[in-house]
Each structure stands twice: as structure tokens, then as C-alpha cells.
Design a protein around this ligand. Sequence first.
Ligand code: GLU
Length: 330
Amino acid sequence: MGRPVIAILALGGTIAAAPPEPGRAATMDRDADAIVRSVPALAAIADVRPESFRRIGSADLGFADIVALAKRIDAIAATVAGVVVTQGTDTLEETSFLLDRLVASDVPVVVTGAMRNAGLPGADGPANLLAAVRVAASPLARAAGTLVVMNDEIHLGRFVRKAHATSPATFESRPLGPIGWVAEGHVRMPLAPRTRPRRFALDVGVAVPQVALLKMSLGDSPTLIERIDTGTFAGAVIETYGAGHTSQRVLDALAGLAVRMPTVFASRTGAGEVHTSTCDFPGSELRLLERGLIPAVALDGLKARLLLTLALAGGLEAQHLRDEFAAAVL
Ligand code: GLU
């Protein structure tokens, strides 16, 4: 049997970066060919097909880029055994969540990056790319949804988060943990999702609405909430305290916001579910539900914002939003 064909779609980020000369800060000069050339060991495990899709910092990626990327993956899905996306790690938890909801094909999709550029001791890009290609070439990854491979761990794009500014072990999945790992070239995946959440069929060029994301904090006031206007935003996600609580100061403003636009509440802790029936006191989840806010269930604020954006772009009606959030974690 020949080597599996793996497409490597490069978007930029630290995995595309090296210093122009020793001692200088890194620049993002490497296109997909250069990234692949820097890891000769790839040739032994796959017939890799590099493609430079973007070369930008991951904070500069937008919905349009990821919708176009998903379309590109679907277009080549029948001709490859798997797809690896390389990009900056800063928004990788968001792009992998979006790809999971946008790629229609069951082809393995693995997103990876690097925390240390090629000029630093312990540069992790080559090892991450090698492991990502191994996972993308594995039949275990088929139909598992978008995966993230970093630091030899395999995470679901549905749950992965960047949790440290500089550590190579920055990616984690709460509340699950990784679903597998790579060791000595072996792909181990003892866990796999029972179901995949439904995909959104968005066309390239679709008008993607803006969804506001606002974190509550001690001593908060209604001012910012009141300024989320329907001229700019089609929806809002509020990162509330703990299991979905707010101060009484902002309750009326949140009620007004939920009248203006679909408003979702997530936990600012970033892990675990918001409650729906536990606390009946001022500012508790019951007060938010009474005022029409929608629980994010176990999605954190970033992912809740992405799901609400996709749902609104896909034309989902307001009465179905609560079910959509509940289904996101099944
Ligand atoms: N901030 C850049 C980005 O996300 C580099 C960081 C990284 O790749 O880890 O594209």
C-alpha cells in the first residue's frame, strides 16, 4: 500500500515563524512548502501535499477565512486520506470549533501549531506537525470531527482550550481531557465521540452577523450591556459568574438586551455547566431564564459566541436556540 496522501493547509502563526538571523525576533516567513521541508521525517509516513492558504497571525483570521477553509477541505476530501491545518495557536480553539461545525465531509481534520518558533530551543512545531500528520493518516480519526493535536495529545475541537500563554502543554479540554495521544509514532485513541453535532452549510461570502461577548466582573455596571446595540450586533453572549449568576445591578440591562437580541449566558469559569434550576435568589440563573436568556450549557463564552454566530448566520429561529446549545455537548 502507498503512503497516505495528507493535505497540509498552512494559515501562518508561530509554526510558520523563524528569526531572520540568530538573536532576532521571529518573523512569519514560512509558507506551507517551507514548513513541510523543515520536517523531513514527514516523507516516511505520508505523501504530504502542502498548500499555503493564508499567512497571517491567527488573531487576524475571521469567519470568512474559516468558512473558505472548510469549503476547501470539503473540495479535496475525496482525494486525500486526511487534512492537517497549521495555524497560530491564539485562536486555534475557535477555528477548530468552527471547522467541526462547517466541514461536511468525514475526512480526518487535524489542527496544529507551535508555541516555540523554529529559532528557539525546544521548538515544538516539527513534533506537532509530525504527530498531526500521523493522526490525520489514521483511520481512527475518520468521522471523529475536527481534532487538535499538540504536545502529543489528541483533543476534540468541540472542547479544546488554550490555557497557558507560553507553555507547549497549553491545550486542554475541560471537562473531558484529551481523547488520545501519540507515542513512538503510534496513534492511540481510546475515546471517540458517539455523535457529531450538526454541521452548518454556510456559503463562502455569507454575511456573518456580529455577536458580542462580555465578561461580568466584580463591581460591574449596566453601561456596557446597554451599549450593545442592534445596529451592530445580532446576538450577545454574557460570561456570568460561576454556574450562571449575575449581580442585581445588571439584571434589568440583561433583560433589555434579551429583548433586543438573542442573549446567551455562559460561565466565566470556562468549564462546567451553567445551572438552570438550582438557585432561586437575586441574580441567580432563575432570574436570567425568566428574562429570556439562553443557557450555554457547557460551552465556554468563546465557543458559545461561535455557535450563536453560526446559528444566526444559518437562519436558525430564536425558539430553537436553546435546543441547539443543549445539543452541542451531547
Ligand atoms: N500570535 C500568533 C498567532 O496566534 C502567534 C502565536 C502562536 O502561533 O502560538 O498566530
